[in-house]
Write a protein that binds this ligand. Structure first.
Ligand SMILES: [Zn+2]
Length: 278
């Protein structure tokens, strides 16, 4: 029997935050950090292409959360992503720290972002993620009619997020570590020391996470989410870690690769809890 999302033991939803230098530009507007800026550019110039190559070899579906500004700075890569079996989702415009914006400016950002995607792809994304949410962000996700969001880290399974007076959508909590151990991302975990981690070490952590969920998946279907960045995992030595993980998972029956949209639709179908009227 071939594996479908219904009979999968582990559903694997891999995502890329394609933000390239947008994060660096914002953070360093007054005091530009030359090395950080160019390190991040690597993701748009080279890393994203390497990831696309690896993912097409393993025929893996994935979701690309793209900063809308990259539609202008890396249009060729954004068009290439569109050709694959990939889902395109929204990751703000300039990787804004939404917690530093006024609610009006944040609301405006959401509208402008969706228009930019609509102009480039002909349709606006239905999924959203930010790395720097404000206390209003999840309300704006509902206001702007997103079908799902994947900003939080508070569970392993999707759930319906109700925003009183605004409506609801599906929340797909994202995986804990992703490729952050390599760069010391500002996420609370002892792994984020900023020290160099060999590909084998990070692969080991990813493999352990998969193996554990695969074990539990015998009793109850599990979802593995893994959030990666082309400027981090796109480096050759690190690409080996994701290649190793994909090869490891290929040796297991019952693994199904899904985009985040597929995961949200599957949850909707299974839970039978329709969205509140918007
Ligand atoms: Zn991000």
């Amino acid at each position: 029997m071939s594996t479908s999302i219904d009979n999968a033991r582990v559903i694997v939803a891999i995502s890329f935050d394609f933000e390239a230098e947008e994060d660096a530009e914002y953070l360093t507007a007054d005091t530009p950090d030359f090395w950080d800026y160019h390190e991040r550019q690597y993701g748009g110039r080279r890393g994203v292409w390497r990831m696309l190559d690896i993912f097409s070899r393993y025929e893996v579906n994935a979701t690309f959360f793209i900063c809308a500004a990259l539609l202008k700075s890396y249009p060729r890569a954004c068009r290439e992503i569109e050709k694959g079996p990939y889902e395109i989702a929204a990751h703000t415009i300039h990787h804004e720290h939404l917690d530093r914006l006024t609610p009006e400016a944040e609301n405006e950002m959401f509208g402008h972002m969706q228009r930019m995607f609509g102009e480039f792809y002909g349709t606006a994304p239905v999924g959203f993620r930010t790395c720097f949410p404000s206390k209003h962000t999840l309300d704006f996700v509902a206001d702007h009619g997103f079908y799902y969001d994947t900003t939080t880290r508070d569970d392993e399974s999707p759930y319906r997020m109700h925003r009183p007076g605004r409506g609801s959508y599906i929340e797909i909590p994202r995986g804990f570590n992703g490729d952050a151990p390599w760069v010391g991302c500002p996420v609370a975990t002892p792994l984020h020391t900023g020290r160099y981690n060999a590909a084998a070490e990070v692969f080991g952590a990813w493999r352990d996470e998969f193996d554990w969920l695969y074990r539990e998946g015998e009793r109850e279907q599990k979802l593995l989410t893994l959030c990666l960045h082309p400027y981090i995992t796109g480096r050759p030595s690190r690409a080996k870690a994701i290649d190793n993980l994909l090869a490891h998972m290929a040796g297991h029956d019952g693994v199904y690769y899904a985009t985040h949209l597929e995961v949200a639709q599957y949850f909707d179908r299974r839970s039978g809890t329709p969205a509140e009227a918007r």
